[in-house]
Structures are given as C-alpha cells and as structure tokens.
Design a protein around this ligand. Structure first.
Ligand code: AZC
Length: 788
C-alpha cells in the first residue's frame, strides 16, 4: 500500500472522515497514525531483541520531558520525508500547515526537561534499551502572552486534542499509597497507606535514526482507585466521592512552572513520589518476570535520577527490598545504591529541594523511617558526614548523593563547582563519586530537523554520516577558505533569516531587515541569566546611535524569548521593561531599521527551532558560576551563530572547541565573581565608573520608557545599585565593548561567515550521542544492543 492510501484509510477508519470534509487536524492525526504504525514494527523488534539479549536496561526518571512537536522527528528518523511530502501533495494538502498544526508537548520548564528529550533520542539512536519515566501532565507549561508588556499566564491544553503518538496501557496500572501509618511487628514493618491513587501508563514510542531501534517514553497519569470513595458513593454522597476523585487526578494535572526555584508544596512531593513509585514498581515487575534473585538487580537495572525530583527512589527501593523481599536493611541500602545515579543541574541554593520532616512523615511515613535508617548507616560509617536530616528538614540533595553510586555534574566547570561548593563535604568522604558528563544536544532535531538549508549544504559537502557521528563535521573546516562554500553558507543563513523575518512580520507586525545582525537571547527569564544586562546594553547602543546618527552602525535586531515563573516578580519586571523599551526604540525614526527589539510571546521548543537557525549572535551571558551548562549555547553554535558569552557552564568547553578567536568572551570568571562579592559596595562603584551605564540607569529610573508611570522601575534600578547579586553592573562595560567588537567583525560578512563555519564544524563533540555514551560507559554499565 502507498502512503497516500494509508493516510486516506486512517482518515476514514480512525477519524471517520472523508477527504472532502477533513480538517487540517484530521489530516495531521491521520498522518501521525500512519507514522506510528511504521514505528510499531521497529518498536516490537527492539523489545523482542531486548528480551532475547537480557541486557542491562536504563531507566531515566525525570519530572520533565520537554519534547515539543514529534511529527517532524518521526518523519526524519523514519527517513520518510520525501514519501510523506509527495503523498501530502498528491492529497492536495500543504505539508507545512499540517506539520505546524501539532501542539508542543511542553512537559518541562527549560534545560533540564529538554535535555531529557535529547537523551531519549540519543538512547534510541544508539540502540541502548531504555525507558524514560515521567508524568503525563494534563497541562504543560503555561502559555505566555503580554498585556501592556506584562506577562499573562494561561493554562496550556495540549491534551484537549488527541495525542496521536501514545498508547494507553490499562494493564500497566499500579496502586500508589500516601499517608496512613506503619505497623511494626516481629522486627518487620508494614506500611498501611491512608490514601491510594492509581498510576496508569501511557507509552510513546521513541524511534532512533533510520528506524533502527525503538525505546519507550512511559508517562504516568493519576486516576482514582476503584475503591476511591465507595463508601461516600454508596451513601449517595456523590459530591464527596467526586471530591476524592478530583484530588487523585490533581496529581498529574499540572506541571509546576518553577524553573530552578523550589516550590515547597505538598502536591509537588506527591507528584514526585507518584511517578517514582510507579516507575520502580514497573521496572521491578519487568525484572522479576525474568529473574529469580532480587540481589542481581544492579546487574540488570540502571536508574538515573534527573535532578533530585525523583530522589525518593532511594528510600522507595529500600522499602520494597526490606518490607516486601525481606532483605536486611544493611544489604538493601548498598544494593539500591548500585542501581542509582544522580545528576545535579544547578548550584542555586534555592533550587536544592528540602521537605520538612513533618510533611514527609505525614505523606510518606515509612519512607521517613527509612531515610532515618539511611542517615544512621551513613553516620555510623562516616561520623563527620553532612546530614540528610537537618533542622527539621529532609535534604534531597544529600539523600540523592548518599544513595547514588555516581553523582554527575553537567559541564566541566559545573562539576568542579559541585565538588567545591554544594557537595564539598560529601565529596571529601566519597572522592570518586562525583564525575562529569558534559551535556549535549541531538543533531537530529537541532540541525537536521530545524535547519534544512544548512543540512542540505553540509550533506552535499561531506555526506550524511554526520547525523549519527557529529564529529564528521570537522571536515567542514577545510571549507573555510573556499569562497564558493562560504557564499553558500551565508546564503543558507540568509534564507533562514528571511523566513524568520516573514514570520515575525506576520505574527507581530514588525518588519525586520534580514541583513541586520540577529542577536538572540532565548531561555527562561532569570536574574542570573542576565537578560537585564542585554537590555541595558541595547539602551546604551540606542543612546550612542542617536548621539551619532551618521556613523556606520552595524544594524541589530535584538530578539528575546522566554517565560518567567509566575511567582518570580523580578523576572516579570524584566519582561515588562524589555517590552516597554521595545515600544520606544522600535518607534524611533532616528535609529529606524538599525535597531529593533522583538520579543515574541510564548517561547517554546518550536519557536527555538525557528529562531536558532536564523541567529547570527548567541547570547550566553550568565554570571560566571551560575549556569550549570546551558544547551541552547550548543544549539546556536552548531547552527553557525557566534557566541558572546562568559566563562560559564559549557561555554568554557564550547570556546575550547571552536577556538578562542571564534568566540566573543567577556566578563568576570567564577573565581572573580566570588571575590568581587566580598567587596563592599561593588555595584555602586561599578556604576560610578561607567558614565554609559549611569546614563542608561538614569533614563530608566526617570521613566523614559514608562512615561505614564515613571516610577515603575525604581525597584529594579535600586536593586542594581544596592544588591546586584548577579553582577550586571560589574560586567556591563566589558559586555558593551565586546558587543562593539562583534559589530566590527560583522561589517566584513565573509570573515563573520568563516568564523561561524568553524563554529558549526567544531561542535561535533556536543552531540548528546557522545554524552549518552559517557553515561553508558562511566555510570550505567549499559551497552548498545544494536551493535551487539
Ligand atoms: C538546567 C540548568 O540551568 C542548565 O544550565 C543546564 O544546561 C540544564 O539544566 C541541563 O543540565 N537546570 C534546570 O533546568 N533546572 C531546573 C530545576 O529546572
């Protein structure tokens, strides 16, 4: 059968529509179902081969999977682009319209969630048997819009449409308990939960490159148990019965919109335990179906904890081993440790989770006992160890560390700082436990998929091997003096910029000059990421352009994108200021086309796929020591943008790879940042030393950008004078000067392009395939079944 008939059949038999009456939505679902059918073959084969080989399986536990759209991924990985495009054209439909109809699966906040999605792609491409385990949130990350420049949040509703990729698994259902009491009898313990919620699995196949291997992303949704409140129901009290039903469903209702700040909510703890417990039960069931001795578990199971959110996995597995399998505690703890590893993603103290012992005892009473036993065992062996239980709190970082056989940071610098700061004392006791695994990105989505023009250029030059072996891009370095190739490289970038300009023109009504430098900062809005510094620099540039309107300025488009956590008021002020400044500058006839600010609302994965291929300059300007790694920085450089950045996170390694001469470095180092903070009045001093910065802050403070409400930004400006914790003021001048250096280089487009090409050519190491091989070798002891 042909693709075309397959689609028509799906339209008819799965959607009950004929071609005449089908909407874009119908066509998209029909196409998705046809693609899913194709994947199922790979998926079954992979499962059969896994059972036959009985290898170690990897379980990646993550509260977040920031997937975005799947349709183009599926088409690309199945190598069906031409087939699908032809079929859709024959059916008289528009390919782009159909593909763009899919809502983003926004089951994550930012870097941590997107990393999990890239890892799933690499695990499947490498043929490592793996499950991703997470929560099937009914509402993903909120939708952002702006009202008078201010962020407005609306619930996100991706599931109101049919999610074509998943299979519900009614047979994979587990009872998850909360509360209740623990019964101790004859030296053994039994937990009697006071409340039970059901976890039901929903599986999305994850097919790797060329359809060679398929893994599973298994997301849990919460449902009331059958006996949910039968008593009330039988009494005829339907409202009471409905209430407990609603409470159960609440657990998988929404993604917490906090990025790196701890939320400290009981529901959050319940979400964490809910998905972790379901995942552990599920993997144990799979293990016990094939193995008799629970003691061999670490030879077959590697569980990776993506941050501390699933750290309750340690006590949970110990609980099952002790209370259900009768292992002694002193055997269960080390056995569990051999299964677990933990990735740390941030040093920000506010992001390190703590739960009060009171809440833990009320929600998970048996787990609190086990945490005490873990603490006791560790203290006995290492009397000067830092404590898990501290000032009435359970510290999840310490718990995760102590229960993991490996702890990893996500860039070389971050890993060193983890050793020196958050886990310094535990590191002294366990000097071999902390290792580095620098993050990576999947080249399938972040070059092959998002940048077709560059993809074709590269493939024509060096073949297609780079898609699974990104280091092959080094061959492009030979082309840096090849004028024809540089021309084609520039033409590809320009094409992407024209496409982006058209989209911005249509959606925001702002006309952009595609020959201007596209300077992009897209990520969560956070003080440490310093969008504010970027904006202050924009205002300073505007001032200087107006002072000197006839000079040969390099035209710039400043593009911002990103959401602020709803309760993070400083971040929301920064958003408003960006929009206020944009209004004034974009209307200024003096600067005109030479300076524009655009801030498209509702930044998400799909928007990143549009913006990154069109960027000339990538803003990676966090306060050194604060950005654990960054992965956007890698996506930009791979797509031929030059970076302006600090020595922070993976920027350091990117600069090493692309060469110091192809990277715009500025600012204080992590060491200098720590040192500077000890100086009294450092920010006031920095402002006083910079007339340029003083002028900008003066304009903002006097209401130049909010004439109706001139005091609007007094708080923000005051903060820069008095507690500029992230050293915006100290790095400002160095940043401004480096931006002017970038302007200069941009004036000679061939030079800029040659530098950009070297960036693309040097980014092979940042493939998440390399990262996953590192985890597999250094942490999991897992192997590819494909190459076996
Ligand atoms: C992020 C880090 O901020 C970012 O630097 C890193 O690249 C990314 O993880 C992946 O490792 N951290 C988070 O997103 N953290 C939380 C709690 O959301």
């Amino acid at each position: 059968m042909t693709m075309k008939t397959d689609i028509l059949n799906r339209l008819k038999y799965s959607l009950g529509k004929d071609a005449e009456n089908a909407s874009t939505y119908d066509w998209r679902i029909a196409l998705s179902l046809v693609l899913r059918d194709q994947m199922v073959e790979t998926w079954f084969r992979s499962t059969r081969e896994t059972y036959a080989a009985s290898p170690k399986r990897v379980y990646y536990l993550s509260m977040e999977f920031l997937i975005g759209r799947l349709i183009e991924d599926m088409i690309a990985n199945l190598r069906m682009e031409d087939t699908v495009k032809t079929a859709i054209a024959e059916l008289g439909q528009d390919y782009d319209t159909i593909v763009h109809d899919e809502p983003d699966a926004a089951l994550g906040n930012g870097g941590l969630g997107r990393l999990a999605a890239c890892f799933m792609d690499s695990l499947a491409t490498l043929g490592i048997p793996a499950f991703g385990y997470g929560i099937r949130y009914e509402h993903g990350l909120f939708e952002q819009s702006f009202a008078q420049g201010q962020q407005v949040e609306k619930p996100e509703t991706w599931l109101t449409q049919r999610h074509a990729w998943e299979f519900e698994r009614p047979e994979a259902r587990y009872r998850i308990g909360f509360g209740g009491h623990v019964e101790h009898r004859d030296g053994s313990a039994r937990w009697h939960p006071g409340e039970v919620v059901m976890a039901t699995a929903h599986d999305t196949p994850v097919v790797g490159w060329n359809g060679d291997w398929g893994n599973t992303l298994r997301l849990w949704s919460a449902e009331p148990s059958k006996d949910f409140d039968l008593e009330s129901f039988n009494r005829g009290d339907y409202l009471a019965a409905g209430r407990s039903e609603a409470l159960a469903r609440t657990i998988s209702r929404v993604l917490y919109p906090d990025d790196t700040t701890e939320s400290g909510k009981e529901l959050r703890l319940k979400q964490e335990y809910f998905f972790t417990a379901a995942s552990i039960m599920d993997l144990l069931r799979r293990y016990l179906a094939d193995h008799d001795d629970i003691r061999d578990l670490p030879d077959y199971v590697a569980i990776q904890l993506n941050d501390t959110h699933p750290a309750i996995a340690g006590p949970e597995l110990v609980r099952i081993l002790v209370d259900e399998h009768g292992l002694p505690m002193d055997e269960a703890i080390p056995l569990t440790r051999r299964c677990l590893a933990y990735t740390n993603h941030t040093l920000l103290p506010e992001a390190l989770e703590r739960w009060s012992e009171h809440l833990m005892g009320r929600t998970l009473p048996r787990h609190l006992e086990i945490i005490r036993a873990i603490e006791h065992a560790h203290q006995t062996e290492f009397p000067d160890s830092p404590r898990i239980l501290d000032h009435g709190d359970v510290r999840m970082g310490e718990l995760a560390f102590i229960m993991a056989h490996k702890v990893n940071g996500v860039s070389a610098l971050h890993t060193e700082l983890v050793k020196q700061t958050v886990f310094a004392d535990l590191h002294r006791i366990h000097p071999d436990r902390i290792i580095n695994q620098t993050n990576g990105i999947t080249p399938r989505r972040w070059l092959y998929g998002c940048n077709p023009s560059l993809r074709h250029l590269i493939t024509d030059a060096i073949g297609e091997g780079w898609v699974t072996d990104l280091e092959q891009l080094t061959a492009l370095k030979d082309k840096r003096d090849d004028a024809a190739f540089i021309d084609a490289f520039m033409a590809s970038k320009r094409e992407n910029k024209v496409n982006l300009s058209n989209w911005i023109g249509q959606t925001m009504g702002v006309a952009l000059d595609p020959d201007a430098m596209f300077d992009v900062q897209i990520k969560r809005i956070h003080e440490y990421k310093r969008q504010l510094m970027n904006l202050l620099e924009t205002v300073a540039l505007w001032n200087e352009m107006r002072d000197n309107p006839n000079a040969d300025w390099t035209p710039r488009i400043k593009i911002f994108g990103g959401k602020a956590a709803p309760g993070y008021f400083v971040a929301k002020d920064i958003i408003r200021l960006i929009n206020d400044v944009a209004q004034v500058i974009n209307a200024d006839p003096v600067t005109g086309d030479r300076l524009k600010i655009v801030y498209p609302p509702n930044y998400n994965v799909t928007m990143a796929e549009r913006l990154i291929p069109a960027a000339d300059l990538s803003e990676q300007i966090s306060t050194a020591g604060k950005e654990a790694s960054g992965t956007g920085n890698m996506k930009f450089a791979l797509n031929g943008a030059l970076t302006i950045g600090t020595l922070d996170g993976a920027n350091v390694e990117i600069r090493d790879h692309v060469g110091t001469e192809n990277f715009f470095l500025f600012g204080l180092t992590a060491q200098e940042v720590m040192e500077r903070r000890t100086h009294h009045g450092y920010s006031r001093a920095a402002i006083e030393a910079s007339p340029r910065l003083q002028r900008v802050l003066g304009q903002i403070a006097e209401g130049r950008f909010a004439p109706q409400d001139p005091s609007r930004y007094h708080g923000l400006v005051g903060m820069l004078y008095d507690h500029d914790y992230f050293l915006v003021t100290c790095d400002f001048d160095s940043y401004f000067d480096t931006q002017r250096r970038a302007d200069m280089v941009y004036q000679t487009p061939e030079n800029w392009a040659a530098m950009a090409l070297v960036n693309t050519a040097s980014m092979g190491w940042f493939s998440s395939d390399r990262t996953i091989k590192g985890y597999a070798h250094d942490i999991w002891g897992a192997k590819s079944v494909l190459s076996a």
